[in-house]
Design a protein around this ligand. Structure first.
Ligand code: URA
Length: 242
């Protein structure tokens, strides 16, 4: 038997949020509205939040990565994104799907669904990622065309065509279907516009939740998980079994 708030936090809700959800009567255990966070539940109890049953399977979290932490599961010197999670979740074998640089911020997906992560990162599936960048200088029509043509980086690596949408002086939105090392920074540098700040605002069908402060996370909704699974279907693909 385990405490209800613990079961919720294992599914990705922060302990404080879990208590608040219970207090507001939004959590049911086997169809009955739960009254207390300390309530003990057997492992087979069906727990639902707003009528949505918690999956006993994989965990999917959207994290707003802050600057200064690395997108890794462990690191001898640096603080990792996993250290932002409570102990209950750290005991799950979660890992970040793809990387954001240490100084970059924004949407990072954390999961323990290896097959899904593999497909989302595979070049075969072309999952688009969108980054809001601040650069030195201001993007112009030639930059937009260079991104659209598919540019060659300083070391000779070729990039697939990408989308650059200038959004203001020294600002733009870059959308890529691939993920080479420091790719956005290197593409902007190749145009003579070094990146000052980079934040990922979208990953496939997911968009960064504006309610998440840097360092905060939340579980994906059912709809978001379904959209991710759909994005990872494709040549040789097939939905994950969660
Ligand atoms: N491109 C970069 O240069 N850095 C990131 O963190 C992500 C994409």
């Amino acid at each position: 038997m385990e405490r209800l708030d613990k079961r919720l936090s294992q599914a990705g809700y922060g302990r404080k949020d879990a208590r608040e959800l219970i207090r507001r009567g939004r959590v049911t255990v086997d169809g009955r509205v739960a009254a207390r966070p300390e309530e003990k539940c057997p492992p087979e109890a069906e727990i639902a939040v707003d009528g949505q049953v918690l999956g006993g399977g994989f965990v999917y979290l959207m994290l707003h990565k802050p600057a200064g932490v690395v997108s890794a599961t462990e690191d001898r010197r640096e603080r990792t994104v996993l250290e932002l999670l409570p102990d209950d979740l750290r005991r799950r074998a979660l890992f970040p799907v793809g990387r954001l640089d240490k100084d970059a911020t924004g949407l990072l997906l954390l999961t323990d669904d290896g097959p899904l992560a593999h497909r989302l990162l595979s070049p075969r599936f072309h999952v688009d990622k969108t980054y809001a960048v601040e650069v030195e200088g201001t993007f112009d029509a030639e930059d937009v065309a260079a991104f659209a043509d598919g540019m060659t980086l300083a070391d000779g690596q070729m990039c697939r065509p990408a989308t650059l949408r200038p959004t203001g002086p020294g600002q733009g939105l870059v959308t890529l279907g691939e993920g080479k090392y420091h790719q956005v920074k290197r593409m902007c540098a190749a145009r003579g516009k070094p990146v000052r700040h980079l934040t990922r605002v979208a990953f496939g069908p997911l968009t960064l939740d504006p309610g998440l402060a840097p360092g905060a996370f939340r579980p994906l909704t059912r709809e978001e998980v379904a959209a991710l699974l759909a994005a990872a279907e494709g040549p040789g693909g097939g939905a994950s079994s969660n």
